[in-house]
Write a protein that binds this ligand. Structure first.
Ligand SMILES: [Zn+2]
Length: 106
């Protein structure tokens, strides 16, 4: 059986609770994070390279996981579930399972 290349698609825009969110790839975000979620701007930013000074790309599944992580922050904030929103362990576990689901579904 041939290996299936993982191809993730990150949306450019989506709605949550009637609010239009946009996403953008930004290689210049802080070195210690790979993604960011701004409720004030309704924007999710993510990086596709390992760091600013590198041309090394993150794996597609890792970019998808980053996007899912930020999406879960966006959803929980929209639900005003701020305690869960700020629980990074919860958000990361949720993102890992969601990414596994998305990459394994047929
Ligand atoms: Zn987070």
């Amino acid at each position: 059986m041939a290996n299936q290349k993982v191809k993730v698609d990150i949306p450019t825009t989506f709605n949550l609770g009637g609010v239009v969110w946009t996403t953008r790839k930004d290689e210049s975000i802080d070195e210690d994070v790979v993604g960011r979620c701004s409720h004030r701007e309704s924007v999710i930013e993510y990086r596709s390279k390992i760091n600013r000074s590198s041309d090394k790309k993150l794996s597609e599944s890792s970019i998808k996981n980053t996007f899912n992580h930020e999406l879960i922050h966006a959803i929980l904030g929209t639900m005003a579930e701020w305690e869960l929103h700020d629980n990074e362990k919860f958000v990361q576990s949720f993102a890992n399972l969601l990414t596994e689901y998305e990459l394994s579904k047929k």
